[in-house]
Design a protein around this ligand. Structure first.
Ligand code: DAH
Length: 362
């Protein structure tokens, strides 16, 4: 009997060592330790029919053998598992020094960049950023700004008017406006400039006022390299007791200097806008040729960048101020225009073209 056990032991050891997979090993386990047919299990079961003396002698050896085979099986199992893990690691080897797969990343639109930049510069001079609606009433866009009813800008050819059912025209009235004036027509349009924000803000706030109002404006017109039907403007307004053109000039000069990062001087040319008196156009000395004359400034040495002026008394009145108590300046400029100057962009239509070759450059 003992000889049998010794033989079984060496066989089992050999087969366990030879098992190449966990499935092989399971087969070996069943062969020796399986409940029904296992060779060692069989010997242990057969002990029932032997003498007590034999049972002790063989039994202890067979039990020891069972434990030993069990131990070897577990050991081999651990080896095989480690082996498969090892090969998986080899196959799925990761080179941690390899650059990762880059996700395509967008860039901030040049107009947004310019707007952020402009806001930052004015913020350091104490200006707050405010916004107004793009769908505006005829009152705020025109009447309140002293633009008379027969002004050509009100023509349907210049402005995107919104179709409104008759019954809705009164619904959008705000109570404060109806009390004040019958003049405040409520026809809706896409604002043609950001100037209406001036009146909206002054109605709700008292001087001193220092605001800028960036945002989109719309004109019903054909497009070309320097005109688009939608564009962005920057409105500015400063109102206090004794604001003069000198304050205005200082603020603008500082702004342009910092925005274009080159020293420029500004020039004010008399001009007309119904909501200011006096009114002017702001030119800056050409940032490309420093005023000597080049193709960008069309040999004049100057770049026309904004409209401005001292706020008209009627605008103050419409906002509920007494024009005798306050004075102030306002200005409006195109964000696309100053972006085109800064980055030398030849065509305004590129901004809304969605062309990534253009957008990627910023
Ligand atoms: N709103 C004018 C435009 O769109 C620009 C402008 C001119 C704004 C003079 C102003 C100003 O505030 O004072 O053409």
């Amino acid at each position: 009997m003992n000889n049998d056990l010794i033989k079984i032991k060496s066989e089992a050891e050999g087969e366990i060592r030879a098992a190449k997979t966990t499935a092989d090993l399971e087969r070996v386990r069943i062969l020796y330790l399986g409940r029904e047919q296992g060779k060692i299990t069989g010997i242990l079961r057969a002990l029932k029919n032997t003498s007590a003396e034999e049972r002790v002698r063989v039994g202890s050896f067979a039990n020891a053998l069972r434990s030993e085979v069990d131990r070897l099986l577990q050991q081999r199992m651990a080896e095989l598992k480690k082996g498969t893990m090892g090969s998986a690691l080899k196959e799925e080897w990761i080179d941690v020094t390899r650059p990762g797969a880059r996700k395509p990343k967008g860039t901030i639109h040049p107009i947004t960049q310019v707007r952020n930049n402009v806001e930052k510069i004015f913020a350091t001079m104490g200006f707050s950023v405010v916004e107004g609606p793009e769908v505006e009433t005829e009152w705020y866009n025109f009447d309140a700004l002293n633009i008379p009813a027969d002004h050509p800008a009100r023509d349907m050819w210049d402005t995107f008017w919104l179709k409104q059912p008759e019954n809705q025209k009164s619904e959008i009235l705000n109570p404060k406006q109806t009390q004040n004036s019958k003049l405040k027509t409520q026809k809706l349009l896409l604002r043609t400039h950001t100037s209406p924000v001036q009146v909206r803000y002054m109605e709700k706030n008292n001087p001193p006022i220092r605001i800028i109002a960036p945002g989109r404006a719309y004109r019903y017109e054909a497009t070309d390299a320097s005109h688009d039907f939608q564009f962005n403007q920057l409105e500015g307004l400063m109102v206090d007791k004794k604001i003069t053109i000198a304050n205005f000039k200082a603020v603008m000069e500082e702004f342009f200097k910092r925005f274009f990062s080159v020293g420029t001087t500004i020039r004010l040319r008399p001009s007309f806008f119904p909501f200011v008196e006096p009114g002017f156009e702001i030119d800056i000395s050409c940032i490309v040729c420093a005023g000597h004359g080049c193709s960008v400034c069309k040999r004049t040495g100057w770049l026309e960048l904004a409209g401005a002026g001292m706020v008209h008394p009627n605008v103050f009145k419409h906002a509920g101020y007494n024009p005798k108590d306050v004075s102030g300046f306002a200005f409006g400029m195109g964000l696309e225009r100053i972006a085109m100057m800064k980055y030398k962009i030849p065509d305004i239509r590129l901004f809304n073209s969605g062309d990534v070759r253009f957008l990627k450059q910023f």
